[in-house]
Design a binder for this molecule. Sequence first.
Ligand SMILES: *Cc1c(COP(=O)(O)O)cnc(C)c1O
Length: 408
Amino acid sequence: MLNANITVDRPSFVTHLECSLTGERYEADQLHGLSRAGRPLLVRYDLASIRAFLPKAMLEARETDLWRWRELLPVRRTADIVSLGEIETPLIPLTKSGGPNVLVKDEGRLPTGSFKARGLVMAVAMAKALGVTRIAMPTNGNAGAALAAYATRCGIETIVFCPDDTPEINVREIALQGARVYRVNGLIDDCGAIVAKGAAQGLWFDFSTLKEPYRIEGKKTMGLELAAQFNWRLPQNIFYPTGGGTGLIGMWKAFDELEALGWIGAERPRMFAVQAAGCAPIVRAYEAGLDHAERWEDAATVAAGIRVPKAVGDFLILRAVRASGGKAMAVGDPAILKAVDDAAKQDGLLLCPEGGATLAAYREALRLGWIDEEESSVLFNCATGLKYPMPAAYKVVDRFAEIDLAAL
Ligand SMILES: *Cc1c(COP(=O)(O)O)cnc(C)c1O
């Protein structure tokens, strides 16, 4: 076994699930998709009992991986955990291209090279616990790869649909890791419609973002980790590249749970939901003062992971952003690409385009005076930059010719 956190059975504290819109209660330990209102379900815990059972010092003495947070997670039996080594991701200073108090939470170091591993390791464990044998999912790439890896590892069949312009490496890693992957002539919500149709026919279980309750719980660990890494205070600003918004919603939930445990106070970071100018439904709704976001037509951006025209958790993202005093903001592809370039050339850190979007948004927020350079800001780099196309490097030397070494 990899780690003591996943060798020992621990008490489980899940009490029930709850509709995020209406508050209607649902039983735990049963297979659920969306609530009857068609909205995401949230997992609820007996936080008072966790508070009594788990002193902060006990948590701090554990190895720092995702399973350190077992009591705040939905998996009841250790035997259901399918792990590929979900480490705590580091905070890397980005002083030159960012600023003196900018830290990148580098999620590219997780299994399958993206933070989708957090959500899927949890969702797959719960699917396994609840007897699911076949899963289908729409993806822009990274979620499909994480699903394929974890599901294959525990013998669950997977069928994955991605837009036909999904980065080639994503399509191939999904296939290699044992899923049946299909390219669809449409966007992620068009893929989602195919998944929903098959699910309605009983062919498979629908694993779309927020359409099953447990990916949020996995993504929530980003907020838990941040609290621990910031010594139980939180950063002042968080910039999160927002597609379906699972991570932003999850972190917001994590902060409330940590406060209920008495581990952090009432202070919260400003949450900045970062989208691409070519696909910014949440930003449009935010600026119009709406609670729900209309579908964004003709979505296009280099940041494939946040090309999500319509999000089922839109109201949860908007609620968290507004309650935090943050903003939803859009950045253009040129600013995204420049940010990726600057971080690599100036700070030696290779960001994915979505991570570049958070740096571009940070710069814009600074320029507009929304934030201060003195404040601590965390940018999320959600996948390893190695998965994405890079500018060509084509210079050669001829070893048989005279090489002007000093000119190299
Ligand atoms: C999925 C993904 C996102 C968006 O995450 P959500 O929590 O679904 O909003 C951002 N960047 C990358 C690289 C992704 O794979």
